[in-house]
Design a protein around this ligand. Structure first.
Ligand code: C2O
Ligand code: CU
Ligand code: CU
Length: 486
């Protein structure tokens, strides 16, 4: 893409005619946007179900400084809509899968057992993982086979999640249920008086649509990868699930709660708000240096935010809705908290949370450009990085181990861009420094016609990894680039 075109687009905002006449480029006007898939089943009443909290996985063994887990992928029935059974593909037969609680620096091994009829790949999103365990999209685990994924977790405490990553089929396989939370804890964080125990809650948020019989609808193409043309831009469900339940309710005490918000949706971005202050304490890559009081939190697919909400600010009997300001109608609701009791609370949010080193862009050895856009591929339209569809054999970059690099990402329509291996910091958005102190991220949302510069350092592991759009339909339609740390 020529800079001229990007400038034109930016000047025109999202102008429909902005790119007209520029040869060789896709037009935003004709570029598909995420599309709502309407359920045939009646939408369930909101706030009728208690919030489920996924079970914490128990290690099969914990000898020699290694926590060893087994995770079996299997078909199961879930109870999502009243009176209907929903077939799912679940880790351990549940959706979401069990929460894995791990410790920084303590080796966690997950043996993935595939009892599904299709190949799968396990990826720990946000994990600092050696390449053979990172879930490269072609490292398939065949039906009936198993594979051990080794996570050394030489990384700070953070809210991570795990999900399927099979090339061309991540969208439908995650949609069917292959996702779960993975919390890394460490001593630094545990020394803080943050809400803990039952008041430290993972909230995995995703949207789904259902057929009249309760099945999850997905506009796939049968045996072929991809989705029906109308859904090229991404699939949006009309039912919002938190931990697998539609618009659930949680009874809370008048106390502080830590909510680990994870957007596990295929293509939906949320703008979460309670109508009152939320204290953001962390993001994709763990604790911020200091808490930030915010009224809303935008989360693109793949992103996480750690927030503390103090329900002692509300009277007994108050109901506090967590809303999605980016959604309309039922999709504007997420869940509800019912403040129903008094309880002692000795938690606090300290003014200083952690140390966050600012990566110095002046030390960057290399700058690279990655353009996220659409274009023709194999005769149809696809989502491309630098004009090319994903080829797992072609390395788009070969960063050197230990180097700091600046990657300049540009978009046509919105793309949540995710980098494997190392967390990064955002240097600029359309040329401007982001507000606030630096924080570690692994996914950054590019809005329409944006340029975002990130800085990262490639550490610890050599090998093949990927950079991709986390709109899972875009990802499956080739918006991914492989790179090799050398
Ligand atoms: Cu959450 Cu490469 O993925
Ligand atoms: Cu990832
Ligand atoms: Cu995208």
């Amino acid at each position: 893409m020529s800079p001229t075109r990007r400038e034109v687009l930016r000047l025109a905002g999202l102008g429909a005619v902005a790119a007209a006449g520029v040869p060789g480029c896709s037009l935003i006007a004709g570029t598909p946007q995420p599309q709502l898939l309407t359920s045939a089943a009646p939408l369930p009443a909101p706030f009728a179900r208690p919030l489920p909290v996924p079970e914490v996985a128990r290690p099969v063994s914990s000898a020699g400084g290694v926590d060893f887990y087994e995770l079996t992928e299997q078909v199961a029935q879930a109870d999502v809509l009243p009176g209907l059974r929903t077939p799912i593909w679940g880790y351990g037969g549940t959706f979401p899968g069990p929460t894995i609680e791990a410790r920084s620096g303590r080796r966690t091994v997950v043996k993935l057992i595939n009892r599904l009829g299709e190949p799968t790949v396990l990826h720990l999103h946000g994990g600092h993982t050696p390449p053979e365990s990172d879930g490269f999209p072609t490292d398939l685990v065949a039906p009936g086979a198993s594979r051990e994924y080794v996570f050394p977790l030489e990384q700070r405490a953070a809210t991570l999640w795990y999900h399927d990553h099979r090339m061309d089929y991540t969208g439908p396989q995650v949609w069917r249920g292959l996702a779960g939370m993975f919390l890394v804890r460490d001593a630094e964080e545990e020394a803080l008086p943050l809400p803990a125990g039952e008041r430290d809650l993972p909230l995995l948020i995703c949207d789904r649509s259902f057929g009249a019989d309760g099945v999850m609808l997905y506009p796939g193409l049968g045996e072929r990868p991809g989705v029906r043309e109308a859904y090229m831009g991404g699939v949006l469900g009309d039912v919002i699930l938190v931990n697998g339940a539609p618009w659930p309710e949680l009874r809370v005490a008048r106390a502080r709660y830590r909510l680990r918000l994870c957007n596990a949706s295929n293509a939906r971005a949320y703008e979460l708000a309670t109508g009152g202050p939320m204290i953001r304490i962390g993001g994709d890559g763990g604790l911020l240096a200091a808490p930030l009081t915010v009224e809303r939190i935008r989360l693109a697919p793949g992103e996480r935010a750690d927030v503390v909400v103090d329900f002692s600010a509300y009277k007994l009997g108050r109901r506090v809705e967590l809303r999605n300001l980016a959604g309309e109608g039922a999709q504007g609701m997420v869940m509800r908290f019912a403040v129903d009791r008094d309880e002692a609370d000795d938690s606090a949010v300290p003014r200083k949370l952690s140390e966050v080193e600012a990566l110095d862009p002046g030390r960057a050895a290399v700058r690279r450009d990655f353009e996220f856009g659409s274009g023709s591929m194999h005769g149809g339209t696809g989502w491309l990085v630098n004009g090319r569809p994903f080829d797992p054999k072609r390395m788009e970059a070969r960063p050197k181990l230990g180097d700091v690099e600046i990657w300049r990402l540009t978009s046509d329509v919105a793309h949540p861009v995710h980098l494997h291996l190392d967390h990064f910091q955002v240097l600029s958005v359309n040329g401007e420094r982001p507000q606030g102190p630096p924080e570690w991220k692994d996914t950054v949302e590019l809005r329409e016609a944006q340029t975002v510069e990130i800085v990262t350092r490639f550490t610890d592991y050599r090998g093949r990894y990927v950079l991709h759009c986390h709109n899972l339909e875009h990802e499956d339609m080739a918006m991914m680039a492989a790179f090799e740390v050398v």
